[in-house]
Design a protein around this ligand. Structure first.
Ligand SMILES: [Zn+2]
Ligand SMILES: [Zn+2]
Ligand SMILES: [Zn+2]
Length: 171
């Protein structure tokens, strides 16, 4: 099931999980292929750009059906709307920026779920550890380090700090 849900064209993925192929479903998967971690609003906007008028309820129905069949993964970082992505069938985690809410995929360093063991499982059969790494993304770090960076205008044009220039302070 994981392989069927994770690969191929949108049509192939829909067929593999027994969902009827409809224009909104194909368009939603296509949009999410290109825009990982999009919200339902983002998807609705993307569908309307491609298909014209699409009812909001249709968008929610598509996202629900595809999530239920394992074609989409839902993540819901605290304080954020639910986001959807087509990267399913692996145990990847997310980095979330506290300031701009950017979400970035990161491979699990262990691989299979659950990748963490509780100090006491209290008799539960554990199948997943939901890991979200919270922090500040490089862009927000750069903006913080030099709030006046954007106003540099002294003849030489705007100079962007290289992305790797800011290193976290060693503890
Ligand atoms: Zn950020
Ligand atoms: Zn992801
Ligand atoms: Zn992990």
């Amino acid at each position: 099931m994981q392989d069927a849900a994770a690969g191929g064209s949108p049509e192939e993925r829909l067929r593999a999980v027994g969902l009827r192929i409809t224009a909104p479903r194909v368009a939603a998967l296509t949009f999410l292929d290109e825009h990982p971690h999009a919200t339902a609003d983002d998807v609705a906007e993307g569908l309307r750009a491609g298909l014209g008028a699409v009812a909001t309820q249709t968008v929610y129905d598509v996202l629900r059906a595809c999530s239920e069949r394992g074609l989409l993964r839902r993540i819901e970082p605290a304080g954020s709307a639910v986001r959807y992505e087509v990267r399913v069938g692996d145990n990847h985690h997310h980095l979330v920026c506290r300031q701009c809410a950017a979400v970035v995929d990161v491979d699990c360093s262990v691989g299979a779920a659950p990748c963490l063991t509780p100090s006491d499982d209290h008799g539960f059969v554990i199948d997943e550890a939901e890991v979200t790494f919270w922090g500040v993304c490089p862009e927000c770090q750069a903006a913080q380090a030099d709030p006046n960076r954007r106003t540099v205008g002294d003849g030489g044009g705007t100079v962007e700090a290289p992305a790797g220039a800011i290193t976290p302070r060693a503890g």
